[in-house]
Design a protein around this ligand. Structure first.
Ligand SMILES: [Zn+2]
Length: 527
């Protein structure tokens, strides 16, 4: 079906498998409170509405989680990656200060060279801001399809209240004009200089003014909705079937909902607009609360609104009216109005749902959590040092990843390159192929005395790294899927080396038909 409107043609998410209950972290940090501890726990659970958060594993970062979300979005869209003409990535946890997430993801998933690329700033608003930019590029006729990503592995100082909410996750939307899942009816912004939260250059963690964010958040979310309604005089909140707001916690969206039930709506001077912005308690229960994914993932920053929207689309019906209001500190909000389209029925089931990822989880101990955040915040080590399960595999179909190993400098290049990037390194380069789907032959834990073995050495010897699994999940014959992971880095300022690791097959639908549909004959990056 062709549609004259621009909208979402595919969406995908990724949530790391490691999860920790917020209460475990609170108990550790607030020990000295003694009898007061139970009160703090109660406040975090029922006041802030924080329950559990996703934590990126040793081999994951903002790029790798964005990659899986983007693969899922393209898979659901049913297009070839080569048809994408523009990629944006919003994040505030960029692995490189200079060097884009968007270009890495584009190359990792097979998007070609004839493509516009940008990483976007704007804190947690940057994922949805990408949607607005891609929407405009398609409307102008410059591109046919575009990919907007929001991805974050949120950082926080140990013991800072931010730590209770800082989660990890990614969302990705493929936008286009045909076979729509949801059309974009309009987008309205609201932004002002309001530095409630920031992170200085070279600082590992953000700082913030605590409760100041409450006012910043409420005023910008409400401001963006008011701007949308100013453009559409017949539109009111009661017209929407589903509504979702950015979720730093459950508290802030609920606080904003509450403000919208009042006789006097704050921050809106024009009473004809304020009238149309009123919510009822029933609306809050039925239309907004079901999409509080922060309860499962913690705050996923630039991915937050995209993940909650995806969980909403997982359930929505054609014709549903949807309002998503993103927010980023600094401060920026976009109110995006969607209408769900027929494509949603046909495309469901091509990729895992948000709840599939939520339920794929492994509860970690506080010690494991400490190891993960210590590694994340200290970037001085020469190499990634992780406990590793390694072994051999055999391919199950004809689809491969192609990697190059440079024997001169021991760098891993994915996708494969012909020559080493270091001009003074003469290689030689060894090109290797690794299957997308495989069967496990054998597995063992790397002994302690071999902990400095690099993943380069393993790949060179055809030993694979296994992730997202316990040893008990890895029985010979188990079906595996290859995933893009961070395999190593060169100290605090060298390259980050990405490559292939294997996990037990999670994306069954992808495993059944592993090849995307072929690229159309003519170059299609330009509409
Ligand atoms: Zn080299």
């Amino acid at each position: 079906m062709s549609h004259s409107k621009v909208g979402i043609v595919g969406y995908g998410v990724y949530i790391p498998r490691e999860r920790i209950e917020t209460a475990k972290i609170v108990r550790e940090r607030e020990k000295k409170r003694g009898k007061e501890l139970e009160k703090v726990l109660e406040k975090v659970r029922h006041g802030l509405l924080l329950r559990e958060k996703a934590v990126a594993g040793h081999t994951e970062d903002t790029m790798t989680i964005a990659t899986e979300a983007a693969e899922n979005a393209i898979r659901m869209a049913g297009i070839s990656p080569g048809e994408i003409g523009s990629v944006t990535a919003g994040s505030e946890s960029k692995p490189y200060a200079v060097g884009t997430i968007a270009r890495h993801v584009a190359s990792f998933i097979g998007v070609g060279e004839n493509v516009f690329i940008a990483d976007l700033e704007g804190a947690c608003n940057s994922g949805m801001q990408g949607v607005s930019f891609i929407d405009a590029e398609i409307r102008s006729g410059r591109i046919r399809y575009g990919l907007a990503i929001g991805s974050d592995v949120a950082q926080a100082e140990r013991g800072d209240p931010l730590e209770y909410s800082a989660g990890a996750g990614a969302g990705a939307f493929v936008l286009g004009k045909s076979d729509l899942i949801a059309s974009i009816e309009d987008i309205a912004p609201y932004s002002s200089l309001f530095m409630d939260f920031w992170r200085r250059e070279e600082s590992a963690v953000p700082k913030h003014f605590g409760r100041t964010t409450v006012e910043a958040y409420k005023s910008h979310i409400i401001g963006a909705i008011a701007n949308l309604f100013r453009k559409h005089p017949d539109l009111s909140l009661s017209d929407f079937d589903w509504i979702t707001f950015h979720q730093p916690s459950g508290y802030l969206p609920m606080k904003t909902c509450n403000a919208l039930t009042q006789d006097e709506i704050p921050y809106v001077g024009d009473s004809s607009i304020a009238e149309r912005m009123r919510l009822t308690e029933h609306d809050i229960e039925k239309k907004i609360k079901p999409w509080l994914r922060v309860l499962d993932t913690g705050n996923t920053y630039a991915a937050s609104t995209m993940i909650s929207l995806a969980s909403l689309f997982d359930k929505a019906k054609p014709g549903d009216q949807v309002l998503a209001v993103s927010y980023g500190s600094g401060a920026y909000s976009n109110a995006t109005w969607f209408e769900v389209q027929d494509g949603i029925e046909e495309k469901r089931g091509r990729t895992p749902t948000v709840m599939d990822y939520v339920q794929r989880k492994s509860e970690i101990r506080i010690d494991t959590y400490h190891d993960l955040i210590r590694e994340r915040l200290s970037r001085i080590k020469r190499r990634l040092e992780i406990p590793r399960m390694v072994g051999e595999i055999e391919p199950v179909n004809g689809s491969y990843f192609s990697l190059s190993l440079c024997k001169g400098c021991s760098r891993i290049y994915y996708p494969a390159r012909e020559t080493c990037l270091a001009s003074d390194c003469s290689g030689p380069m060894e090109k290797k192929r690794f299957p997308r789907f495989a069967k496990l032959k054998n597995v063992s834990k790397l002994p302690f005395k071999k902990r400095w073995t690099s993943n380069f050495e393993l790949l060179e010897n055809n030993k694979m790294l296994f992730v997202d699994a316990d040893v008990s999940d890895l029985k010979p014959g188990v079906r595996l899927e290859g995933v893009i992971r961070r395999l190593d880095y060169e100290g605090k300022d060298g390259l980050i080396l990405y490559g292939i690791a294997y996990r037990p097959v999670f994306r069954e639908a992808v495993a059944v038909v592993s090849k995307p549909k072929p690229i159309a004959v003519a170059p299609t990056q330009y509409a």
